[in-house]
Ligand binder design. Structure first.
Ligand code: SAM
Length: 287
């Protein structure tokens, strides 16, 4: 099959199958092969690499991935797209489409059944409405993958990539950077999609660390501390941590911050991941 990622071929395929785009499933299809090449090159996909693609749509990215990778398993929720994918992926022997919800499928089982060893990378032009749950599933469930390269709303990519003290830095930055290093590959305008989204997108690569960036006594407590610290942005760290969901005693928080040499008047958005870990580990000894 010819490359589907052109305006003409995409429109023809959509008409041929009488397909209606679903806004609620975040369906915006890529029609620019240059962007597809950037995603593939930026992810270092080679014939030794297995790929899990999230949401193949009509196969725009899948065709390129299939040519570059050892094997591609593409998980698509919309059953109306399955016959269209059969059309566009005809002859792409190393590619399998699974009609499932990426948030529900057993990812460890998928890997065991579909890949016979070798490194695995996750790629996707993600449905924007569930970007964070998808990424956090791969990271929190410790799925054995090397990296995740995704096209997402630029604003969300900026938050994932932000460093302490920057305006985009928040709980999402800490959550992603606890597990991964981050790298923006390119920024993408709305004009490379059918239909066009309202905002710019970014391609961001998350390189999974062998071990999380910091050692914490309890991940639950660590993410609880992070959530409380960012929960009330205008509050000092002392006030945010002693009036948050963890319901920590104010004197204990004051003492802990002092022990960690962290000024209690600082705001959560200035703290590094190492500082969040130091506070967490002290709290863990006391509560
Ligand atoms: N990869 C294609 C491309 O670049 O042209 C399509 C990208 S489109 C932004 C997102 C795709 O994800 C759609 O095909 C949509 O049906 C699919 N999708 C949405 N929610 C999903 C879910 N929970 N599990 C799997 N696929 C999903």
């Amino acid at each position: 099959m010819n490359k589907i990622a052109t305006p003409k071929n995409t429109k023809e395929m959509v008409e041929k199958h009488g397909f209606h785009f679903s806004k609620s499933l975040g369906q915006n299809f890529l029609i620019d092969y240059n962007i597809i090449e950037k995603i593939i090159q930026g992810s270092n996909i080679t014939k030794e690499i297995n790929v899990i693609e999230v949401g193949p749509g009509i196969g725009s990215l899948t065709q390129g991935l299939s040519e570059a990778a050892k094997k591609v398993v593409a998980v698509e929720i919309d059953k109306k797209l399955i016959p269209m994918l059969a059309d566009t992926l005809k002859g792409y022997e190393n590619t399998k489409v699974i009609n499932e919800d990426i948030l529900k499928i057993d990812l460890h089982q998928l890997i065991a059944e579909e890949f016979d060893g070798g490194d695995i990378k996750v790629i996707g032009n993600l449905p924007y409405y569930i970007t964070t749950p998808i990424i956090m599933r791969f990271l929190e469930e410790k799925v054995p993958i090397q990296s995740i390269t995704i096209m997402i709303q630029k604003e969300v990519a900026d938050r994932m990539n932000a460093k302490p003290g920057k305006k985009d830095y928040g709980a999402l930055s800490v959550a992603v950077q606890y597990y991964c290093t981050t790298e923006i590959i390119t920024i993408v305008p709305p004009s490379v999609f059918i239909p066009q989204p309202k905002v710019d997108s970014s391609v961001i690569k998350l390189n999974r660390l062998e071990e999380p960036k910091v050692k914490v006594a309890s991940e639950k407590l660590f993410f609880g501390v992070v959530k409380d610290a960012f929960g009330k942005r205008r509050k000092t760290l002392l006030n945010a941590l002693s009036s948050g969901d963890l319901q920590l005693n104010k004197d204990m928080v004051r003492e802990t911050l002092k022990e960690c040499s962290i000024d209690e008047k600082r705001r959560g958005e200035t703290l590094s991941i190492e500082e969040f870990a130091a506070i967490t580990n002290r709290f863990a000894e006391k509560i």
